[in-house]
Design a protein around this ligand. Structure first.
Ligand code: GLV
Ligand code: MN
Ligand code: MN
Length: 412
């Protein structure tokens, strides 16, 4: 049978990535494409136009997930899904997420050009809000698709401007009203996600493809510290209920408690909002985020359980409310799916190695409903969630060839 991977076109792949990078482009070479924004919708519309030109059928579901279907011969056979996300961090790069979506489209096009009509349909997918920077926590579309969260549950989450997911979903649906609606979820035969590594391992070793063994666990929290606004010149130290000082004490205590000599614990306070944020007013409220990761599930759970008591212990005269937003443990992809990726790379003569993903991905949720796998390509110097993120076009093409070979085997 013709090998669809031979039809993967490095230039086309790079051109599509460049076209998507223009949507929400920042002046300094990165991308700002928040979930459910006008730019996010524009990126989906561009994907739809590329898909239509290949006779792929676009559709969207109620969770804002976007699909392009390559119809298989057997309409009753569960489809194979492949993709990632089109939303970005506020100062994101041009590859995180987008590569997986464009690579899946390239695989569908390669199957077409090879003259293959598979038995199963192939759905190229862009999951809604993977990043969680506008609406926290992320991976919302994949979580709803997998039945882990409900539409009602995500609908009430608000962004910094007070806009809720339900309204933003409606807004995006109106922008893309010309795209057919598709029922939420449904049976899936398998899921494969291509992604940049977002770490330095493949780049350092000069290996173009990573066979992802699993994903490290991640727990996230929102911490709100309530104090009281007061005059910076007139209020005495004993009277003050300074929310900023309390929040700083908490962050310092957490940093000390979570420190490990091996540098396995990943602890990040990426958001820190001070209210009213005025030079002459004692801060009345601080909201901060916690992103906590560790590859060992027991350790992660133990550290996670220590977060709230530590915050309470350092609240001083303030009140603190700690909300755990997500608790995802480490996971391991099925051996059989990993073997498919390794064997695809071997068949194509592309060097590969196994590695665990330190970053989170939509595949985490798909893993709970269907056999899943991931294919990594190198990130230059491991730089990511950064506007200078870069992967060599030749590596992107090799990763896409491996993805295509795996998908061809799965769609039958
Ligand atoms: C995904 O972007 C993550 O937070 O790891
Ligand atoms: Mn990503
Ligand atoms: Mn990301």
């Amino acid at each position: 049978m013709t090998q669809a991977a031979l039809f993967v076109d490095e230039r086309r792949l790079s051109e599509r990535l460049a076209a998507l990078a223009r949507i929400g482009a920042t002046p300094t070479g990165g991308v700002n494409r928040p979930a459910l924004s006008a730019e996010d919708a524009e990126a989906q519309a561009l994907m739809a136009s590329w898909g239509r030109a290949l006779d792929l059928t676009p559709s969207r579901d109620d969770a804002g997930n976007f699909f392009l279907r390559l119809n298989g011969q057997d309409p009753d056979a569960a489809p194979v899904l492949s993709g990632s996300h089109l939303d970005s961090q506020p100062t994101g790069g041009r590859y995180d997420g987008v590569f997986g979506v464009v690579a899946a489209l390239e695989a569908a096009q390669a199957l077409r050009e090879a003259g293959i009509t598979p038995r199963r349909s192939l759905d190229v997918v862009a999951w809604m809000n993977e990043e969680g920077s506008r609406f926290a926590p992320g991976m919302m579309g994949a979580a709803v698709f997998a039945g882990d969260r409900t539409l009602a549950d995500i609908g009430s989450v608000r962004d910094a401007d007070g806009i809720c997911v339900a309204d933003a979903l409606q807004d995006t649906a109106m922008r893309l009203a010309q795209l057919p609606h598709r029922p939420l979820a449904g049976a899936v035969h398998a899921y494969v996600e291509a992604h940049i590594e977002q770490g330095p391992v493949l780049d350092r070793l000069g290996i173009p493809v990573g066979v992802v063994t699993g994903i490290q666990g991640k727990h996230t929290f929102r911490v709100v510290v309530d104090g009281e606004a007061a005059h910076a010149g007139t209020s005495s130290r004993t009277e003050r209920r300074d929310a900023l000082l309390a929040a700083l004490a908490m962050v310092q205590a957490l940093t000390a408690e979570l420190h490990d000599a091996e540098d396995q614990v990943k602890f990040t306070v990426g958001r820190f909002e001070v209210t009213p944020n005025a030079p002459s007013v004692v801060p009345s409220r601080v909201l901060f985020s916690i992103d906590l990761r560790h590859p060992d599930t027991d350790t992660l759970r133990r550290l996670s359980a220590a977060v709230e008591p530590l915050c309470q212990a350092h609240a001083g005269p303030c009140k603190v409310t700690v909300t755990r937003l997500s608790a995802a443990d480490s996971l391991v992809f099925p051996d059989a799916m990993r073997a498919r990726v390794k064997s695809a790379a071997d068949t194509l003569g592309i060097a590969s190695m196994e590695l665990r993903s330190a970053a989170g991905h939509d595949a985490r949720y798909l893993h709970s409903v269907t056999p899943s796998a991931m294919v990594f390509v190198p990130s230059r110097d491991g730089i990511t969630h950064n506007e200078t993120e870069f992967t060599e076009p030749a590596d992107l093409a090799d990763g896409t060839r491996v993805l295509t070979e795996v998908l061809q085997g799965l769609v039958g």
